[in-house]
Design a protein around this ligand. Structure first.
Ligand code: SF4
Length: 449
């Protein structure tokens, strides 16, 4: 077969969370600046870069499968000019590089989470002078892979918290906040690119500024971001509950642009389990902070995540968690089953609770939450909401309200009207008419106002 000429083409495959998505977007922006051509289909690329996730078992398996798929493409394409190189980056590679080098020798290079410049150097033909160039590498430049109307913005990297179950600090290092000016500039670039909603992400948003400004500075950052023209919604994901900076609530309450939504992972309710998890908070303090948030921002949509099957979680602890879920009435809930991770401080506690029991507990929590969600959705019927339109399908618009974060939350289905056309990425006022069937891929029905 005649060799294809794919020189300089690269495809980046991204696994894991939206923080990894942002890393890939930044990497792609810099690759493009160096004259490389980005292609969506790995089969059409000379180089495949797999940006992996190493969070928990399931995520690790997905990443390994993606690496194997890439090396298989390289093997199958031998000699025809396609896929001549596979590089692996990201969390899994950071954590298990030496094992992976032995297990998957077909990979041409493994890079960790902080090897960004080394990847650029390799992709630039190994010239160290090409690794990073302040003239070439504009701060905040990214190839956005999310729909044009929203973008994630990572305000800090790494984590200083000592949560005993979590391997993220091993893979991502300690907390490093980005300067406010840099983030403000990035937000302007995102807005000029069409982003109306900016979703702030970090391992812990509330820690922002402690390292570089010597004080928690999320509220200051929010005030600055609210001044960026074109940005209409700012959404906060991942706020650690212990020592939550209350001044953030004042800014949230006072600034129109900040959607009244907060993702605050509490992980558990039993004080005993929280202690073993090293979360630095008790059940009472968790309830207290949730109460304060609701008091200062009435109607706020609260999302949280929980873990079932932590090694010390007794049936009694779990019943306490059930009661907590029922009482706290979170708007959104995600439940993970515990995954024993090497290198964490909880690792020596073993993994005594069976997978079946963990899933059973997860299911029990979701059942309680389903009732909470149904009640909350019923309360929304008749209300007027501002919705960001995300897609059009079969005579309906689908959009998200302030209650709904991209990718993790539900959508609202809105009946299209003949005399009004709305584009994807536009805002619309709608009235909620009914709650959708539980099987539906959207949550509520609405009509345009
Ligand atoms: S806050 Fe805790 S759970 Fe979250 S990334 Fe940091 S150590 Fe992990």
């Amino acid at each position: 077969m005649k060799p294809l000429t794919l020189a300089g083409t690269v495809s980046v495959v991204t696994l894991g969370c939206e923080k990894n998505t942002v890393d890939s977007e930044v990497l792609m922006g810099h690759l493009r600046r160096r004259g490389l051509t980005l292609v969506a289909d790995p089969e059409d690329a000379e180089t495949i870069i797999v940006n992996t996730c190493g969070f928990i078992d399931h995520a690790k398996k997905e990443s390994i499968d993606a690496i194997l798929e890439a090396t298989e493409l390289k093997r199958a394409a031998a000699g025809d000019g396609r896929v001549t190189r596979v590089l692996v980056a990201g969390c899994l590679s950071e954590r298990y590089r030496s094992d992976l080098e032995v297990e998957i020798p077909e990979v041409d290079g493994f890079f960790g989470t902080q090897d960004f410049e080394r990847i650029l150097s390799v992709m630039s033909g190994g010239r160290s002078s090409d690794a990073f160039d302040p003239k070439l590498d504009l701060v905040g430049e990214r190839v956005i892979t999310t729909p044009r109307h929203y973008a994630y913005m990572k305000i800090s990297e790494g984590c200083d918290h000592p949560c005993s179950f979590c391997a993220i600090p091993i893979m991502r290092g300690g907390h490093r906040s980005r300067p406010i000016e840099e983030l403000e500039f990035e937000a302007m670039m995102l807005a000029s690119n069409g982003a109306k909603e900016i979703v702030l992400i970090a391992q812990d948003l509330t820690y922002y500024g402690l390292d570089n400004y010597g004080t928690r500075s999320l509220s200051k950052l929010l005030e600055r971001l609210c001044r960026v023209n074109g940005v209409e919604w700012i959404r906060l994901m991942y706020a650690y509950p212990a020592q939550f900076p209350l001044d953030v609530l004042d800014v949230m309450a006072g600034e129109e642009k900040i959607v009244k939504y907060l993702d605050m992972p509490v992980q558990h309710a039993s004080t005993s389990v929280l202690k073993h998890m090293r979360r630095g908070i008790t059940r009472r303090a968790t309830e207290d902070i949730v109460g304060q948030i609701r008091e200062r921002i009435p109607g706020i949509a609260l999302r949280t995540t929980l873990i079932t099957g932590f090694p010390t979680e007794s049936e009694h602890d779990f019943e306490e968690l059930e009661q907590f879920v029922s009482e706290m009435q979170f708007d959104r809930l995600g439940v993970f089953t515990y995954s024993q991770e090497e290198g964490t401080t909880a690792y020596p506690l073993g993994d005594p609770i069976s997978a079946e029991e963990k899933f059973q507990r997860q299911r029990r929590l979701y059942e309680i939450q389903a009732e909470v969600s149904e009640e909350k959705n019923l309360e929304r019927v008749g209300s007027t909401e501002r919705v960001l339109i995300e897609r059009v399908e079969d005579g309906y618009y689908f959009g998200r309200s302030r209650f709904d974060a991209p990718e993790v939350d539900e959508q609202i289905r809105i009946a299209a009207s003949d005399d009004r056309a709305i584009s994807i990425g536009e805002f619309a006022q709608v009235q909620i008419t009914s709650v959708a069937d539980v099987e539906a891929e959207y949550e509520l029905d609405a009509v345009l106002l």
